[in-house]
Every structure is written in C-alpha cells, then in structure tokens.
Design a protein around this ligand. Structure first.
Ligand code: ZN
Length: 195
C-alpha cells in the first residue's frame, strides 16, 4: 500500500495529503534523501528512506529492501533531470521523455477504499517502489507545469549541495534549497571578496 491508511483525523487532511502539492513535496524530499548526500554513488539505508515516506504521510514502517531503495535511487536520478531544467520548456521535455519511457496508461485507484480516488500511472497498486515513485512524481510534476507554466523547481546553486528544491507559488525564482545553503554561500562570497 503506497498511501496512508484508514486513520484520518479530518476530511481536509484526507484530501490534502493526496494533493498535487503534497506529492511534489514528497518527491523533492525523496530525491534529496536518495541522491543528495551520495557523491560516491551509494544508496541510503532503507530506514532513512522509510523515515521520509513516514514524514510525508505513509503510516506504519514501509517494508523497503535495499533493492527497493536502489530502484528508487535510479528513479530519483531520472527525476533530477526535470529539476536540472533551466526553463519550463526543458522541464516539459524532460517530463515527456520520462512519461514516454516509464509511465503506463492513466488509471484511478482508491487503494481498496482506503484513500480518495486519485490517478496513478504505474501498472498496479502493489507494483515496485521504484516504478511507483517515478510515475507518481512525473504525474504530479506534470500537473504542476500545466498549472503554473513555470519549471517545477531547480537544483541548489551551492556547489557543495546536491539537493533539489521546489518553486514556491508565484514569487521570484529561488537559487538555493534552504536558508542554510543561501547563508553559507553568502558568507563564502563575502570571504572571497575581502581576501
Ligand atoms: Zn542546498
């Protein structure tokens, strides 16, 4: 089961946890845990990935194997191409490539009545984690591009960071994944200038 279970406090919560915004937030967090701190090309521990899934609404400890995490990491590396796009046109082209190569036909599921009806592009509800992660992310990013007509996010401009970030609302484009990275780079630039 890829979605939260039956214990849902409010009807609002029920639908917001399955919103496009919630899905892309989860996509960004998963890409970062799966590829952000792995310059040596190793996958993170399954527990670290499960922790992110739980933080984004998965109830109970998802049973992830190292193979599942390895597949999810491959998916994350593909999804990074969407975030590496400098312009919405390039992000759309990257998404089209991924959809063509990895997505099945659109179908609706309620996971046996335990979630609101929502679309999936993977083949089955109990399919591989990597396929689920890649297709659910592509679907949400596609809707985001459609809705906002701008690139869905970007790669952190800090050379020592590999994180992706999501564009926020209609404000100016951000360059860093976090305040921490922005501050670090501002301090580094200041030091370079005064050397
Ligand atoms: Zn960063």
């Amino acid at each position: 089961m890829r979605y939260i279970g039956r214990v849902l406090p409010t009807p609002d919560d029920w639908s917001t946890r399955h919103s496009v915004q919630a899905t892309v937030q989860r996509t960004g967090a998963l890409i970062n845990v799966l590829t952000g701190d792995a310059p040596d090309g190793t996958a993170p521990a399954p527990a670290a990935v499960a922790e992110v899934l739980r933080a984004h609404g998965e109830t109970g400890p998802p049973a992830l194997s190292t193979e599942d995490v390895s597949e999810m990491r491959n998916a994350a590396l593909l999804l990074r191409e969407v975030f590496a796009a400098a312009h919405v046109d390039d992000a759309a082209a990257a998404l089209n490539r991924l959809l063509l190569e990895h997505a099945g036909p659109v179908r609706l599921t309620s996971h046996g009545g335990s979630t609101p009806w929502h679309p999936h592009l993977d083949r089955a509800d109990d399919g591989p984690w990597g396929e689920w992660f890649l297709t659910s992310s592509c679907l949400a990013l596609t809707v985001l591009v459609w809705d906002r007509q701008r690139r869905p996010g970007g790669l952190c401009a800090s050379p020592s960071c590999r994180n992706v970030f999501l564009a926020q609302g209609s404000g100016p484009e951000r360059r860093y994944c976090s305040r921490r990275c922005a501050t670090r780079e501002r301090v580094a630039a200041h030091r370079r200038y005064h050397r």
